[in-house]
Design a protein around this ligand. Structure first.
Ligand code: ZN
Length: 169
């Protein structure tokens, strides 16, 4: 049996370490941060949707839905996150950024992401009624890479539990 040399062993050990370090920058990690934002929204009586914007592996903006608090129908998590990220960079283009959001963006938000030329979109729960893919999947900028993210079940349950509780009141 040909065993690997010590050097090979070190190489793989090193590689393993590298992968562990990378994992804190995983889609799952960022979606979990977006989910925490959605919980903040829920606790404030808002429809529970949260978002984070990531650039160069760092979260540069966090936002949750605030349409009730701000009396503003445009205050969706994605809109607030895009505005914050644009201010952070001093540019309207977010082509180097990834946005993680717990619910599929609506048509309005997809439009904003189009104008921002977002680099990457990751969303968890689908929104079959109001989601942009139900309207027109091409609303997103052709250069934006779109992924269905982790935590789909959790994010979806958060929204449906919220509406169930509203109905039961
Ligand atoms: Zn929206």
């Amino acid at each position: 049996m040909a065993a690997g040399s010590g050097r090979d062993h070190d190489f793989y050990q090193g590689k393993k370490q590298y992968i562990v370090e990378l994992s804190i920058h995983s889609d799952e990690h960022y979606m979990r941060e977006a989910y925490k934002q959605a919980l903040l929204a829920r606790d404030e009586g808002e429809i529970p949707v949260g978002a984070v914007v990531v650039a160069d592996k760092r979260i540069i903006a966090r936002a949750h839905n605030q349409t009730e608090r701000l009396n503003d129908p445009t205050a969706h998590a994605e809109m607030l996150a895009v505005t914050a990220a644009s201010h952070y960079f001093g540019t309207k283009y977010l082509n180097e950024c990834a946005l993680y959001v717990t619910l599929e963006p609506c048509g309005m938000c997809a439009g904003a992401l189009y104008w921002a030329q977002l680099g990457k979109l990751v969303y968890a729960a689908a929104d079959e009624k109001r989601g942009f893919t139900a309207i027109n999947p091409k609303m997103i900028h052709p250069k934006t890479k779109v992924f269905r993210g982790p935590m789909q079940k959790e994010a979806s349950a958060l929204v449906s539990d919220f509406f169930r509780q509203l109905r039961d009141k």
